[in-house]
Design a protein around this ligand. Structure first.
Ligand code: CAA
Ligand code: NAI
Length: 246
């Protein structure tokens, strides 16, 4: 068991990649908080995971709202007594060409994808510092590494994740806290299902492995970075993208 008795908060874990990660972490012995805005899916997935014998709790949160994040952390501590791992996985898209992107499209994506990651990390870090150890995993994207048509807001937010990851690695390494990022490629979840079919095919064709990622492909990378196997990996951005050439 690679995460025995560890307590992990995974944001955006009611669906998609975060949900796959919740399964992988629980299979490896972690107690998992599904931290998500989506109360309906969160409640259903909590029951499903508990049925499998895992210690999993759904806590509703809006990562963009600091009071909501503070309540998430308090509830996690009161339920599980500690926090060892934070996966900043929640994220949204509002795709539009630059000339058509509204101010709301731009600011909503930055609020969730950047401020949300800042809020959760700043709220959790005092606990990790007190313990002298911890793991933070941030979710970037190939869009943040290469840019992507129709994603001014999202690509900016996912590039910001890389900057925050490298900064926190420098600030928190000496406190015993590992900080890394995963930059997934196009992965089969609701986020990609919203894309026009022709663009999905175009994206698949520039992936060396010639397929979309499976949520478990990304979850396995989170698991590696959450486990002790990665204890000397620090400030790294792990691209899990099937060898994409965007
Ligand atoms: N590459 C090159 N050109 C592209 C393109 C692409 N990927 N996508 C669109 N274009 C071109 C079109 O061919 C079109 O060209 P012309 O003006 O010469 O005809 C022009 O850009 C405008 O495209 P649309 O007609 O599609 O414009 P629209 O306003 O109707 O829609 C859009 C724009 C909303 C951005 C739509 O194209 C779209 O949804 N694209 C997908 C964006 C995308 O890749 N999102 C990723 C979501 S998944 C995710 O984000 C996960 C992750 O981290 C990777
Ligand atoms: P998804 O849309 O399936 O799941 C995202 C989850 O985040 C949902 O459960 C949603 O309710 C939750 N969420 C959204 N806003 C929230 C908020 N304000 N507070 C709390 N929870 C919120 O998306 P997917 O594909 O699973 O994405 C997970 C992460 O991976 C995101 O950060 C995304 O940007 C990133 N990513 C996804 C890729 C893909 O191709 N699917 C590729 C690269 C990165």
């Amino acid at each position: 068991m690679r995460l025995k008795d560890k307590v992990a908060i995974i944001t955006g874990a009611a669906n998609g990649i975060g949900l796959a990660a919740a399964h992988r972490f629980a299979e490896e012995g972690a107690k998992v908080v599904l931290a998500d805005y989506d109360a309906e899916a969160g409640a259903v997935q909590e029951v499903e995971l508990n049925k499998l014998g895992y210690e999993v709790k759904f806590i509703q949160v809006d990562v963009a709202n600091r009071a909501s994040v503070d309540a998430l952390i308090e509830q996690t501590i009161s339920n599980f007594g500690q926090i060892n791992i934070l996966v900043n996985n929640a994220g949204i898209t509002r795709d539009a060409m630059l000339t058509k992107m509204t101010e709301d499209d731009f600011s909503n994506v930055l609020n969730v994808n950047i401020t949300g990651v800042f809020n959760c990390t700043q709220a959790v870090v005092p606990y990790l510092i007190k313990q002298g150890h911890g793991k933070i995993i941030n979710t970037s994207s190939v869009s943040g590494v290469y840019g992507n048509v129709g994603q001014t807001n999202y690509a900016a937010s996912k590039a910001a994740i890389i900057g925050m990851t490298k900064t926190w690695a420098k600030e928190l390494g000496r406190k015993g806290i590992n900080v890394n990022a995963v930059a997934p490629g196009f992965t089969s979840t609701a986020m990609v299902a919203k894309m026009p079919e022709a663009i999905i095919s175009q994206m698949k064709s520039v992936v060396s492995l010639q397929r979309l990622g499976d949520p478990r492909d990304i979850a396995n990378a989170y698991l590696f970075l959450a486990s002790e196997e990665s204890s000397y990996v620090h400030g790294h951005v792990l691209q899990v993208d099937g060898g994409i050439m965007m």
